[in-house]
Unconditional design. Structure first.
Length: 201
């Protein structure tokens, strides 16, 4: 059985004797070395909090915007990361949810194959389209269908939307006209790609 132990450390200071001028880089390196030495000598930090969770729990370092994760109510994608929590858009859930890092688990990216935007608009052909923080969909880029999530919405019509690639560290910024033209549910994205290929022939 694998367990994940997370330490929450209090601020730690080290005192150095410095002679003459020294660069910040060298000072930091010497401070790191002394920090490691002091922690080793005293058997670790004296003041800290900790938590224990299952081995498949994600750490803060493993989280990223656009990453697919498992929550207590289903599979979701990370929209925003704060100091101790992450905002997640969960499939088939009416709104995005804020979770502690220790409540998020590893998930297979293949599990996240449903577009929230698809559910909201596919059956409403006569409804004017609008795009909100957390909406997921697909774009066609370089003849590839790429799943994306909206992680930033402009405050004015002249601003740009930020579309984060899901399970990828890339993103693009698009105008309102561009998002209306190239933000689809999966079937529509496939049709758009076919039209693009036919136009190039």
């Amino acid at each position: 059985m694998e367990k994940l132990v997370t330490f929450y450390l209090e601020p730690i200071s080290v005192r150095l004797n410095v002679k003459g001028k020294i660069s910040n880089e060298e000072l930091l390196q010497r401070a790191k070395e002394k920090f490691v030495q002091e922690m080793t000598n005293q058997g670790g930090p004296r003041s800290f909090k900790y938590s224990v969770s299952d081995g498949d729990t994600l750490t803060r370092e493993e989280l990223a915007i656009g990453k697919v994760v498992k929550t207590d109510v289903g599979i979701g994608v990370v929209l925003k990361i704060n100091k101790t929590t992450a905002t997640v858009n969960v499939v088939r859930f009416p709104c995005y949810v804020r979770y502690k890092f220790t409540d998020l688990k590893k998930a297979n990216s293949d599990c996240y194959d449903v577009s929230i935007w698809d559910q909201a608009y596919k059956a409403k052909k006569d409804k004017e389209k609008y795009y909100l923080f957390g909406h997921t969909g697909y774009i066609v880029l370089s003849e590839k269908i790429i799943p994306v999530v909206i992680v930033n919405v402009p405050r004015t019509s002249k601003g740009k939307y930020k579309l984060q690639f899901i399970e990828d560290n890339h993103y693009i910024e698009v105008t309102e006209a561009q998002i209306k033209h190239n933000f689809h549910y999966e079937l529509a994205a496939a049709e758009a790609m076919q039209k693009s290929r036919r136009a190039k022939k």
